[in-house]
Design a protein around this ligand. Structure first.
Ligand code: TYD
Length: 130
C-alpha cells in the first residue's frame, strides 16, 4: 500500500512522465485501462484482487482512494499526474470523489479476469482473518 512519486521530465514544451515495466512500475505490465467521466457521487472500485497488482495515476483531475489490506486503512489523494498509488493484491480499494475532469489511468500485471475479483466485503474480511 504505497504512493510513489514519478519522475517528471519537464521542459519549456511541457511535462512528460515515462512508465516502464520493472523500472518505475513495480511489475510487468499486461493491461492498461482508464476511468473517466465518472460522477463524483458515484464511487467506484469496492473490490480486491486475488492476484492482480496495479498502479493507479490520476493523469487529470483528482480522486480519493481508500485502501484496506485487512489490517489497516489508508486514504490517498491522487491529485497529480506524477503521483502513483500502488494497489497490491488482496487490498480492498474504493475510488471516491472523482472530479469531473478525472482520468484515472491504471496499469495492471494481469489480463482482465472476473475470477480475480473479490467483490464481497464480508468474503474479503474472512479471507484476511485466515
Ligand atoms: P470494475 O473493475 O468493476 O470497475 P470499477 O472498479 O471501476 O468500479 O469494472 C467495470 C466493468 O468493466 C466490469 O463489468 C468489468 C469490466 N472490465 C473489463 O472488461 N476489463 C477490465 O480491464 C476492467 C478493469 C474492467
Amino acid at each position: 500500500m504505497s504512493t510513489m512519486q514519478l519522475k517528471v521530465i519537464g521542459e519549456e514544451r511541457g511535462s512528460l512522465v515515462a512508465l516502464e515495466a520493472l523500472k518505475n512500475v513495480p511489475f510487468d505490465i499486461k493491461r492498461v485501462y482508464y476511468l473517466y467521466g465518472v460522477q463524483p457521487d458515484l464511487p467506484r472500485g469496492f473490490h480486491a484482487h486475488r492476484e492482480t497488482k496495479q498502479l493507479a495515476i490520476c493523469v487529470s483531475g483528482t480522486c480519493r482512494m481508500l485502501l484496506d489490506d485487512g489490517k489497516a486503512q489508508t486514504e490517498v489523494i491522487l491529485n497529480s499526474p506524477n503521483k502513483g498509488c500502488v494497489i497490491e493484491s488482496m487490498v480492498w480499494h474504493e475510488m471516491h470523489d472523482m472530479s469531473a475532469d478525472c482520468i484515472l489511468l491504471v496499469l495492471a500485471d494481469t489480463h482482465y479476469s472476473e475470477n480475480d475479483y473479490i467483490r464481497c466485503r464480508d468474503h474479503f474480511n474472512n479471507l484476511c482473518r485466515r
